[in-house]
Design a protein around this ligand. Structure first.
Ligand SMILES: NC(=O)c1ccc[n+]([C@@H]2O[C@H](COP(=O)([O-])OP(=O)(O)OC[C@H]3O[C@@H](n4cnc5c(N)ncnc54)[C@H](OP(=O)(O)O)[C@@H]3O)[C@@H](O)[C@H]2O)c1
Length: 187
């Protein structure tokens, strides 16, 4: 199983920093979404998570309980991470290990992975963000966009969350699960 996991706001923003000179990061605090991310990516404890170098740099250390893998065209190495130079190379090698793979992003990996993914776990956040120079967008993953034409939302799995600061959720959001309905590219 290959899955994409992504959190965006309604304009497709997935990373942003108020201070334009700093590296962008995730611009919301949603504890329930964090817990969902953990549950989905941990799975049965044998999962692989795959990310680009900037996403790896944005987290202080490897996420525990999952094999952390990085894709870098330059073959950049991170401590205790396996590195692949392309998504295709990663998919070929990992397919022999019979593990579930979740693609954490960023945009380039998400878009390339649309050809291979079976599932998408998509969090859509109702938080307006005023874009600046550090803002990163992935409008292709907004539900209803053309890029998602091979996927269908599984209605019964959609979860709605209302903003609740006592729970640690600062905005309203929905978590959608989308399943592939057309054939995928075989590696
Ligand atoms: N909201 C969310 O769901 C979410 C999820 C993940 C990350 N983020 C945020 O997004 C930001 C990072 O995202 P990003 O889009 O800027 O960068 P990214 O994808 O994490 O990193 C980009 C780098 O990864 C490598 N890479 C990516 N795709 C590749 C491919 N197909 N083949 C070979 N190498 C590839 C390249 O590294 P080389 O230059 O070494 O070749 C590229 O320069 C961070 O701020 C993070 O916090 C948000």
């Amino acid at each position: 199983m290959v899955g994409i996991i992504v959190a965006i706001n309604c304009k497709g923003i997935y990373a942003h920093n108020e201070i334009e000179t700093e590296e962008p990061n995730i611009p919301w605090h949603l504890k329930s979404d964090f817990l969902n991310f953990k549950k989905v990516t941990l799975g049965n404890g044998n999962n692989v998570i795959l990310m680009g170098t900037k996403t790896r740099e944005s987290i202080p250390r490897n996420l525990p309980g999952r094999k952390n893998v990085v894709v870098s065209s330059q073959g950049r190495e991170f401590s205790k991470n396996e590195t692949f130079t392309s998504l295709r190379e990663a998919l070929i090698v990992l397919s022999h290990r019979h593990v579930d793979l979740w693609i954490l992003g960023g945009r380039r990996l998400w878009l390339e992975a649309l050809g291979y993914a079976d599932l998408i776990s998509l969090t859509l956040i109702r938080k307006p963000i005023l874009p600046n120079k550090s803002t990163l967008f992935c409008p292709e993953l907004i539900p209803g966009s053309k890029a998602l034409k091979n996927f269908q939302i599984i209605d019964k799995e959609t979860q709605f969350f209302e903003a609740d600061l006592t729970r640690g959720d600062e905005a309203n959001f929905s978590i959608f699960t989308l399943k592939r309905v057309k054939e995928k590219i075989l590696v």
